[in-house]
Design a binder for this molecule. Structure first.
Ligand code: F6P
Length: 360
C-alpha cells in the first residue's frame, strides 16, 4: 500500500514542530510505502502550490531543531472563504493543489486556527489529520500541546533570573508571558518560578487588589515582588468591554503591552519601584525540551498510525495520559481555557499567590 502524505506547519512556530514532522515521517516510512510532500509556509503554500518532494534523509538531524523546516505563516481561518482583491478562491486552490500533488492525506501541524482550516478541508472532502502544537496549550481535546512545556521551561528560567535582580534592587518586576486568550503558560511558569502574583486572561484582575498584595508583602518584610502577567490579562473593567472597545481603550493608554503599563500603574499607586520584562518570542525559540521531543514524537507516530488505518478527519491529542484522537469537527472552533476552579488555580491560591481577584 502506497500513501502520499502532504505535511504543513501553520500559525506561530514552537519548539517540537520538527520533532513531530520527523515522527510522522519515520513512522510512515516504517509502516507503509511512503512518499512525503513538504508544503511551504502552511496553508499559504497549499494555496499557492508551493511544495517540494521530500527525501527520507530530509527528516534526519531535525529532532532537536527549533522552528520548522517547512516554514510557517498565519493565514487566518476567517479569510479562507473570502475572495480578496487578488481574486483567489483559497479553498478551491487548496483542493486543486491537493489533487495536483496526488495526496492521499494532508497532515496539518498547528494551533486553533490551523485546526479550524483543517476541519474545513476535511468537510470539503480531503483526508486531513491535525496535530496540536502551541506554546499556549489552548487546544481543546488534548491535555497538552507540544511546545508548551519547552516554553514553560524558558519562561520559568526568565522568572528565576529575574528573582536575583529583583532582590538586589528591591523592585517589583512585572514579567509579560505569552498567551493572549489562555493563561496556561503564565500559570505554569508563575507557579514553577515562584511568582508572587499571577494574572491571567481567564481571571480579570482588580488593580487595587494587586496593589494590596504588593503592600502586604512589604509589610511582611519582603523587599521585592515578582508578577507573572499573561499578555492577554485584563482588568475587571476591561473584561466588561467588547474586544474592539478594549483595543481602543488600550491604545489610548499609549502602551503597546500590558507589562509596561502595569509596571507604571503599580509604581504610581504603591510608590514601589517597578520594571517590566518582556521575553517575547524567546519563549517560542530554540531546542524542544526532552518532554516535548517525546510528546511530538508520540503525536507524529500516532498520526502515521491513523494514516495506516485510513482514519482521517481526526485531531491527535493526549487524553488521560494516552495518545489518542478526536474528530476534527469536535476540536475545531473551541479553546481550552484555564478552568477557574482547576487544580492549578487551587494550587496557586494555596501557595498564597495572588491572582488579582477577590478570593471568596
Ligand atoms: O499562539 C502562540 C503565540 O505565541 C501567542 O502566545 C502570542 O500571542 C502570539 O503567538 C504571537 O504571535 P506572533 O508570532 O504573530 O507575534
Amino acid at each position: 500500500m502506497k500513501r502520499r502524505i502532504g505535511i504543513l506547519t501553520a500559525g506561530g512556530d514552537c519548539p517540537g514542530l520538527n520533532a513531530c514532522i520527523r515522527g510522522v515521517a519515520r513512522a510512515s516510512y516504517s509502516l507503509f510505502d511512503t512518499e512525503i510532500v513538504g508544503i511551504q509556509d502552511g496553508y499559504a503554500g497549499l494555496i499557492e502550490g508551493n511544495y517540494r518532494e521530500m527525501k527520507q534523509s530530509d527528516f534526519s538531524g531535525i529532532l532537536t531543531l527549533g522552528g520548522t523546516i517547512l516554514g510557517t505563516r498565519r493565514t487566518p481561518f476567517s479569510e479562507m472563504r473570502v475572495i480578496g482583491e487578488d481574486n483567489v478562491d483559497k479553498v478551491k486552490e487548496m483542493k486543486q493543489n491537493y489533487k495536483k500533488m496526488k495526496l492521499d492525506c494532508l497532515v496539518c501541524l498547528g494551533g486553533n486556527g490551523t485546526h479550524k482550516t483543517a476541519n474545513l478541508l476535511s468537510e470539503e472532502g480531503l483526508n486531513v489529520i491535525g496535530l496540536p502544537k502551541t506554546i499556549d496549550n489552548d487546544i481543546w481535546g488534548t491535555d497538552v500541546t507540544f511546545g508548551f512545556h519547552t516554553a514553560v521551561d524558558i519562561a520559568t528560567d526568565v522568572i528565576d533570573r529575574i528573582h536575583t535582580t529583583a532582590a538586589s534592587h528591591g523592585r517589583v518586576m512585572v514579567i509579560e508571558i505569552m498567551g493572549n486568550k489562555a493563561g496556561w503558560l503564565t500559570l505554569y511558569s508563575g507557579i514553577a518560578g515562584g511568582a508572587d502574583i499571577v494574572l491571567l486572561p481567564e481571571i480579570p484582575y482588580d488593580l487595587d487588589i494587586v496593589c494590596d498584595a504588593l503592600r502586604e508583602r512589604t509589610e511582611k518584610g519582603k523587599t521585592f515582588s515578582i508578577i507573572a502577567v499573561a499578555e492577554g490579562a485584563m482588568t475587571v473593567e476591561e473584561a466588561k468591554m467588547k474586544k474592539k472597545e478594549r483595543a481602543e481603550y488600550r491604545a489610548k493608554t499609549g502602551f503597546s503591552g500590558i507589562a509596561n503599563r502595569l509596571a507604571k500603574e503599580l509604581q504610581e499607586k504603591t510608590g514601589l519601584e517597578a520594571r517590566a520584562v518582556i521575553p517575547g518570542h524567546m519563549q517560542r525559540g530554540g531546542t524542544p525540551s526532552a518532554y516535548d521531543r517525546m510528546l511530538s514524537t508520540n503525536f507524529g507516530v500516532h498520526a502515521a498510525q491513523l494514516i495506516a488505518s485510513e482514519q482521517y478527519g481526526q485531531a491527535v491529542g493526549m487524553l488521560n495520559n494516552t495518545v489518542s484522537h478526536n474528530p476534527l469537527s469536535t476540536v475545531a472552533g473551541k479553546t481550552k481555557f484555564v478552568p477557574r476552579d482547576g487544580h492549578e488555580i487551587r494550587t496557586a491560591r494555596a501557595m498564597g499567590i495572588s491572582l488579582g481577584d477577590k478570593v471568596k
